[in-house]
Design a protein around this ligand. Sequence first.
Ligand code: TPP
Ligand code: MG
Length: 345
Amino acid sequence: MPASIPAVNASPAEHLLALYRTMARIRAFENAAEEASRGSVAAFGAASDTAALVRGPLHLSTGQEAVAAGVCANLARSDYLTSTHRGHGHTLAKGADSAAMMCELFGRAGGTNKGKGGSMHIADFAVGMLGANGVVAAGIPIAVGAAHSAKIRGSRAVVACLFGDGAINRGPFVEGLNWAKIFELPLLFVCEDNRYSATTATGAMTAGAGAAARARGIGLPADTVDGNDVLAVDTAARDLIARIRSGGGPQFLHALTYRVKGHVSVDAAAYRDQGELQRALEGDPLKLAGLQLAALGVAAERISAVDTEAQAEIEAALAAAHAAPPPEPTEAYADVQDTGAGQWR
Ligand SMILES: Cc1ncc(C[n+]2csc(CCOP(=O)(O)OP(=O)(O)O)c2C)c(N)n1
Ligand SMILES: [Mg+2]
């Protein structure tokens, strides 16, 4: 299990501190990755010494960390997870190694995908992380397939399928929920609703009463939760996953959060009302968990020690990525899909 999964018998304070730790690690990882990608647009495509260490813009989940932390705290290593184009937080929370992830972002040999995938293709099957995905809603049928496989094999594994509010307007959403319900698959669907689909406010292009209502229409029990409150996400996910493990079939969680940064790291989000952003920042999930920890009697020094540890972990990850070599050219066709197109070699 990932080190930051709360121990079963932890006190409420220790439990929340473990959730906080996961969020702090995600925040530190993404801040560092964003910094390493600076200048990548100017340098994109240019093989220059000044090229950014992480090529191309990143999809950051800043402000959404409570969803990843709260859901994944209730998954074992043997459970599965599918993710989106905004998947760093999900991947870390599922237990992937931060140094291997940073190597992947840098395109280095020590990466989770040997440096050939990058941010939007990170996968780590060793911890049940079945992949980030650049195609909106494409993780849904993968999760359904994994859950059907688990059911056929008689495994106790549960699959958590994370997707955005934009994904519910694509066909695989209906197809996936329908199949999961028909076969009563062990699957937790989680709509991570950050209120935006690229540059568009999702509400304006989504008919009906929203994600949970759509899920109920297909027969799935659905809860809505404050996705910035890590304890609320954790409690909801625990209950839903317990129902799934006791044979209750697929469940649905609609987690309401907010995309603090632009769609990608180079998007200044000028289309957005600044007051809206300021209001959202007041509900920052780390800030909120900090207040909850203080109310439980946890000293400020313990909380800042967790921040310091997270920072140190990510600095070590950066150092590992700097030191790692690029993949060998002879490895270019290893571990990638064999299209049979031998002429390209
Ligand atoms: C099938 C498909 N259509 C369009 C895109 C372009 N695109 C990338 S991310 C995105 C918005 C997705 O919004 P949401 O699902 O809410 O995820 P978020 O970016 O908010 O995390 C779009 C339209 C894509 N990658 N795939
Ligand atoms: Mg969204």
